[in-house]
Design a protein around this ligand. Structure first.
Ligand code: NAD
Ligand code: IPM
Ligand code: MN
Length: 349
């Protein structure tokens, strides 16, 4: 029988609440199979920092690197909490994990399930995946400020875009398109960000030449936000940089029934490092500790995790259970645990 070493990072706010349900569903999905998950829990996040002053120690990172995969809830304190000002949990922990583990694909699928409470009057069919670059762009921390805090301050945040980094994520996106409806949209802002825009466009054109069966188009990011609302059915695979992908995927979550449904995987396709699965949403301090969070995004991340591990039957059972649960929603309020219990029961049915 196969043993999978799984790091579990519940994190802050609603993180532990949604991860408890995700684990429940993982247990249900694998109860009858011959795979065992050997879980190691890591206490990381704002709570750990406030307690000990650590964000991510060398020992934490070494231990995490030795795992086969990672399940993460959400990290981050209350925005604006002065005690966290310099800690930067987001950069010191989440982005450090994505960078150190070379998660160059941030895979964020969006599907509008029947019965999901989407905000669009006539959404049509929505089923696309955003392939967001995960290790470069304006996220790398390549910036600085001079005359800080004065009226003459100058602050720079430079976007890093390498041919190597773009080509590998673009190739992954084309592979996704080949397995889906064979449409790929590059989203950027080539009319203003001419240097970064040109290299993305060039590499997409080059890789496109190897995939004559994939229909490729391009949208500026501002126009892409229009179509995500007015005609989301036009999208199959979107490939884009780290920051545009961040913004588009919150919007994508909103149009497909809410951020409580949106799952993601931070993937190292080469398998050199463990991939990390997490909901798109954050720690939601406004509803934390109240059993109000929807755990579906975390549970959907379990489906992505299982697929990544090659456990396709188990993944399909989780996805189907989510679909059935959403179809059965009638607006009656349920606790986080009630949603998890319901989905776990459907997985085992
Ligand atoms: P957020 O996603 O935490 O919350 C935005 C809104 O969505 C809130 O009103 C929240 O209540 C709601 N929401 C989020 N998840 C929900 C769920 N599962 N069910 C129901 N409602 C849900 O974003 P924010 O408020 O901008 O950030 C809060 C903290 O989380 C910040 O510290 C931020 O940096 C961090 N963050 C972490 C991650 C991560 O760990 N991957 C992602 C995004 C934000
Ligand atoms: C996300 C989050 C993170 C990001 C933050 C918390 C660093 O918003 O996972 O979407 O911007 O990538
Ligand atoms: Mn985000």
């Amino acid at each position: 029988s196969r043993v999978v070493k799984l790091a579990v990072i519940p994190g802050d706010g609603i993180g532990p609440e949604v991860i408890a349900e995700a684990e429940k569903v993982l247990d249900a999905a694998t109860a009858a199979s011959d795979v065992t998950f050997d879980k190691t829990r890591f206490s990381l996040g704002a709570a750990r920092f406030l307690d000990t002053g650590d964000t991510l120690t060398g020992d934490d990172l070494t231990a995490i690197k030795s795992q086969d995969a990672i399940l993460l809830g959400a990290v981050g304190g209350v925005p604006g909490d002065p005690r966290l000002k310099d800690a930067n949990i987001e950069r010191g922990l989440l982005l450090t994990l994505r960078f150190e583990l070379d998660h160059y694909v941030n895979l964020r699928p969006s599907k509008l399930y029947a019965g999901a409470p989407g905000p669009l009057a006539a959404p049509g069919e929505i089923d696309f995946v955003v392939v967001r670059e995960g290790t470069e762009g304006p996220y790398v921390g390549n910036g600085g400020s001079i005359r800080t805090g004065t009226p003459h301050e100058v602050a720079n945040e430079t976007s890093v875009n390498t041919a190597y980094g773009i080509e590998r994520v673009v190739r992954f996106a084309f592979d996704q398109a080949e397995r889906r409806r064979r449409r790929l949209t590059l989203v950027h802002k080539t009319n203003v960000l001419v240097h970064a825009g040109a290299i993305w466009k060039r590499i997409v054109d080059e890789v496109a030449a190897e995939h004559p069966d994939v229909a490729v188009d391009y949208l500026h990011v501002d126009a892409a936000t229009i179509f995500l609302v007015t005609n989301p059915g036009r999208f199959d695979v979107i490939v884009t940089d780290n920051l545009f992908g961040d913004i588009l995927t919150d919007l994508a979550g909103a149009v497909t029934g809410g951020i409580g449904l949106a799952a993601s995987g931070n993937i190292n396709p080469d398998g050199a490092f463990p991939s990390m699965f997490e909901p798109v949403h954050g720690s939601a301090p406004d509803i934390a500790g109240q059993q109000k969070a929807d755990p579906t995004a975390a549970i959907g991340s379990i489906a992505l995790l299982l697929d990544h591990l090659g456990l396709h039957d188990e993944a399909a059972r989780v996805s189907r259970a989510i679909e059935q649960d959403i179809a059965s929603r009638d607006g009656t309020a349920r606790t986080t645990a009630q949603v998890g219990d319901a989905i776990a029961a459907r997985v085992q049915a």
